[in-house]
Design a protein around this ligand. Structure first.
Ligand SMILES: [Zn+2]
Length: 234
């Protein structure tokens, strides 16, 4: 009897979920949603455990490398904490040294993404989870952190490839959580209250970066929610 009751409840839940998904799809104005897009709507419905797949990334252009779980906290964003901010960092070291640092449990810090000077992107923590990157609990809980390979006092480290790749990533994050593309919501580590960090430093070209993010945001909107026909995650 208990089993049958549970099964009936389960059926009702699925029915309600289908209804919510259907409503969202209509609101988006899309006649046909790609299967991956439907999957994403599905896990955005509150109260439903989001599937976690080993090696899965939130951004199509990223390669997964797991950070030590001492450097982040498991969460269920954006359901438990809303995400309304992207925080820009500079590694003060090479891409590989940042990867190694984030894999090290003694480091006690890591960001979700690292962008290299050649434009490659590594994701080390899921956006669902809270990464320890801002040195401020509230800001960690509400933000996605992106590291950039280089040193704050070396303007030549901030390459065209890095700006472009990072802008595409930030545009995608802003789209996913409805974050306005402005300097109140895309900020530097230096702007986090209470921080003693100076990154990304005076050579980070904010005007150029924000222009690139806005352009990428528009281009992504034109090509549909998944960005490209082959995308499996955004
Ligand atoms: Zn930083």
């Amino acid at each position: 009897m208990g089993t049958r009751r549970a099964s009936a409840d389960g059926d009702r839940r699925i029915g309600r979920r289908a209804l919510i998904v259907g409503g969202a799809a209509t609101a988006a104005g899309a006649a046909v949603l790609a299967r991956d897009e439907l999957a994403r709507w599905w896990w955005r419905v509150p109260g439903i455990e989001k599937p976690r797949e080993q090696g899965a990334v939130d951004y199509t252009g990223a390669r997964w490398v797991a950070a030590s779980d001492a450097n982040w906290r498991r969460a269920d964003r954006p359901d438990d904490f809303g995400v309304d901010m992207v925080i820009v960092h500079v590694t003060q070291g090479s891409f590989d040294s940042a990867v190694q640092a984030f894999k090290n449990p003694e480091h006690k810090a890591a960001s979700h993404y690292i962008v290299g000077q050649d434009g490659r992107v590594a994701q080390m923590i899921r956006e669902l989870d809270v990464a320890y990157h801002a040195g401020n609990r509230d800001y960690n809980e509400r933000s996605v952190g992106i590291e950039h390979e280089g040193f704050v006092d070396r303007p030549e480290d901030f390459t065209d490839e890095m700006y472009a790749a990072s802008a595409r990533l930030t545009a995608r994050i802003c789209a996913r959580y409805d974050i306005p593309v402005d300097r109140d919501h895309v900020i530097g580590h230096v702007e986090v209250p209470g921080t003693d960090h100076t990154d990304p430093g005076p050579h980070w070209d904010w005007d150029r970066y924000m222009k690139l993010v806005r352009r990428a945001r528009t281009a992504q909107a034109d090509t549909g929610p998944s960005g490209s026909p082959s995308a499996t995650a955004g």
